[in-house]
Design a protein around this ligand. Sequence first.
Ligand code: WQD
Length: 325
Amino acid sequence: MSICVTGGAGYIGAHIVRLLRRAGHEVVVIDDLSYGDATRVGQATLVQLDLADTAELPRLQAALDGCTAVVHVAGRKQVGESVLRPAWYYQQNVGGMANLLLAMEAQDVDRLVFSSSAAVYGQPKAERVREDIDLFPINPYGESKLIGEWLVRDAARAWGLCGVNMRYFNVAGAGWDDLGDPAVLNLIPMVLEKLSEGSRPRVFGEDYPTPDGTCVRDYIHVIDIATAHMVALDYLDREERPFAAFNIGTGAGTSVRQVIEMVGEVSGLDVAPVTEPRRPGDPAVLVGDVDRIEQTLDWKARHDLRSIVDSSWRAWQSGPRRVMP
Ligand code: WQD
């Protein structure tokens, strides 16, 4: 019996695939390879298809044959892009989830771990966000993730799907040097790219109501994300496994300036940043309350900021865009 990982050729998905394989599971990866890299999936079976393409439903159902559970990571995740292309984000993220659930129901695959996002919270007032607050996403990316969560809930009610929604905070780092984040879309790779260009890192706004004026986020190591998915799969095998959403974070906030300073410490480089205007839509603080996952799944993040940044640096320097001495 296998476990299916959609998006398993991507940054986060490849870490989940590698842990599953090392735990002895057979793994089927479904990925359209628009961002993923086939070499990342190792010995797992790779089925290349676009989940959002309804014409692919027969192949999708065939790919799920013999699977006992799905970890659904595939999706578009760029906030800025979602604002410019909302319909495409709904087609990809919501349409892809709908097709996946249709195929799972047809194949009696009734366990699903869904890669959701802290983006469903929008700009909450709380210093630490609990899963049960009202959800007001502020961009089409976060909206598409919230609708995905509703689809999981509705499938649980309609045909008994056992699902959990995993709300990622800011994922970074690399579990292995060959699995670094290939996209330059988030703070740490964006800082490293500037250093590779011989430029100064950028700080988008330093007039926020935070201790050093820069935005605060909950940075979580990608290998902690992957281990949280392993325990979520075990949770779905329990007798009692009520449908739930879980924050995956550390519960600790780190500012942009602190992250950049840590890059300087681990790299030994001059990382003095240049301050630019605020980026629209950035909440000042977004940090997860992680009591529920710690108590329910007995899981806790094990990697600190230094480990995150050091692993990002090592993976970056092992790749083609390394910072030259
Ligand atoms: C973090 C902070 C920027 C680059 C992400 C994505 C998505 C989602 C939630 C899972 C912000 C600042 C950035 C730079 C900077 N995760 N920044 N200089 O915006 O919190 O959202 O996490 O679904 O990955 O939505 O992450 O890394 O883009 O930015 O000052 O060069 O760093 O303004 O305050 P964000 P981010």
